[in-house]
Design a protein around this ligand. Structure first.
Ligand code: FPP
Length: 235
């Protein structure tokens, strides 16, 4: 079985998982966070080299104040915990998205995590926080325009690779496989440039229930398609 080098996951369905059990949405996020820890372990064991997850979008600020505060609390705890997880497993972590809007302590936790894990390479784990693909492209293109205005780059030198280099994912290979849990068939502004050639896998399983067996099912689906199309990427 071919293990995709880069797997991207839209973590969806925490709220519905909780509602079905008569529990508050915030409890769904706590379960979702615990599941993320498990899936990181599983991904490492399976041999996935790059894992990128969508945890908080630029749209998610519109949720209730309680829910957003609960998520921030969870991010604070999790980012700190990740320092130890990365050290133990030799994982390098990066946060993608516009992190400049987060409280200072969250920004500091991100800085510490990225700095402390920068020499590890057992797996590359990216979390998207306050991320939106269009926002990422706007931020990147502003920087590119500044470089052009300052004479650091000439318009006729701009290639796809140049644009890659201005995105938050600079230096990472494009995802081979995108997974979205919990039944929605949308991209929701996630990695639109980077997913141009990726295989998509959608499942009805909500994120808190998405376990290693489900991950293997997604990888099997990816393998079946690779066989069918001979691994040739269509242009
Ligand atoms: C989508 O479920 C999930 C989110 C908006 C948050 C994702 C967060 C986690 C998995 C936990 C925290 C992660 C980190 C990195 C600490 P939903 O609320 O949209 O579910 P619904 O569609 O059923 O309402």
């Amino acid at each position: 079985m071919v293990i995709p080098a880069h797997v991207a996951i839209i973590l969806d369905g925490n709220g519905r998982w909780a509602k079905k059990r008569g529990l508050p949405r915030s409890y769904g996020h706590i379960k979702g966070c615990a599941n993320l820890e498990t899936i990181v372990d599983d991904s490492l064991e399976i041999g996935i080299r790059y894992l990128t997850v969508y945890a908080f979008s630029t749209e998610n600020w519109k949720r209730s104040r309680d829910e957003v505060e609960g998520l921030m609390k969870l991010f604070r705890l999790y980012l700190k915990k990740c320092v130890k997880i990365c050290e133990h497993n030799k994982i390098r972590m990066r946060v993608i998205g516009d992190t400049s809007v987060f409280d200072a302590d969250i920004q500091e936790a991100i800085r510490v995590l990225e700095e402390s894990s920068k020499d590890y390479d057992a797996m590359f784990f990216q979390i998207a926080l306050n991320y939106g693909s269009r926002d990422e492209i706007v931020r990147g293109m502003r920087r590119m325009a500044e470089d052009a205005a300052n004479g650091r780059i000439r318009p006729d030198e701009i290639t796809e690779e140049t644009i890659d280099g201005y995105l938050d994912t600079a230096g990472l290979p494009d995802p081979d496989l995108l997974i979205r849990t919990s039944g929605e068939l949308r991209l929701s502004n996630f990695l639109m440039w980077q997913l141009a050639y990726s295989e998509f896998y959608f499942t009805d399983v909500p994120w808190p229930d998405f376990d290693k067996a489900e991950l293997m099912k997604a990888i099997e689906g990816y393998n079946n398609r690779e066989r069918r199309y001979g691994g040739v990427k269509e242009g």
